[in-house]
Write a protein that binds this ligand. Structure first.
Ligand code: HEM
Length: 162
């Protein structure tokens, strides 16, 4: 009886799993990947700015440039949340997401200026501004996991701590 049932059950399992993967429910999106790179650069720079060293300015600028490149890439992508909305809301959401991503990119430019002039206090303030941009962006444009507490909505890895 067990072997009689196990083949159809296995086939069904594989079928459901394939649907899940094909639907993209499990895969990292291109936007996830950009965000991961962005988060890695942000974290490294935030650590560096705890005790800034003017001789390392070019390294700091390179990290800010990575963040800017990823923000530009993210701008042209569409959040997963958009696909869950009806077409009219989807267009509005994507337009608003792109506007916020432009603002985020401008804030990164401000950070690069501050780093260039070795204005470390200004640079740290701008890092806080970027963190606020992140909270606001994630609240509006990320698919929320309803079982999570609000504090857990920050990405677990590669993201600034709340
Ligand atoms: C310092 C700034 C930011 C950091 C460190 C950051 C980091 C992250 C991380 C680590 C993820 C999860 C990736 C994964 O699941 O593997 C993520 C996802 C996401 N972030 Fe950010 N983020 C930042 C700013 C922003 C901003 C400004 C926006 C919007 C204007 C935004 C929109 C999103 C969206 C929509 C997702 C979900 C991806 C999708 O729907 O495909 N993020 N972010």
């Amino acid at each position: 009886m067990r072997s009689f049932l196990s083949a159809p059950v296995s086939v069904l399992g594989i079928f459901v799993f394939s649907l899940f993967v094909a639907n993209g429910a499990w895969a990292d999106t291109a936007l996830d990947k950009s965000m991961q790179q962005l988060g890695k650069a942000y974290k490294e720079l935030a650590n560096d700015l705890k005790q800034p060293d003017e001789t390392k300015k070019s390294e700091y600028l390179a990290l800010a440039a990575t963040m800017k490149d990823q923000a530009k890439a993210a701008h042209d992508l569409e959040p997963k949340l958009a696909k869950t909305l009806p077409p009219d809301q989807r267009d509005n959401m994507t337009a608003s997401y792109r506007k916020d991503m432009d603002k985020f990119a401008q804030d990164i430019d401000g950070l690069s200026d501050a780093l260039n002039q070795a204005k470390w206090d200004d640079a740290r303030k701008l890092m806080e501004t970027l963190k606020q941009d992140m909270f606001s962006g994630h609240k509006q444009y990320r698919v929320q996991k309803h079982h999570e507490e609000p504090a857990a909505q920050t990405p677990a890895t590669n993201a600034p701590a709340q």
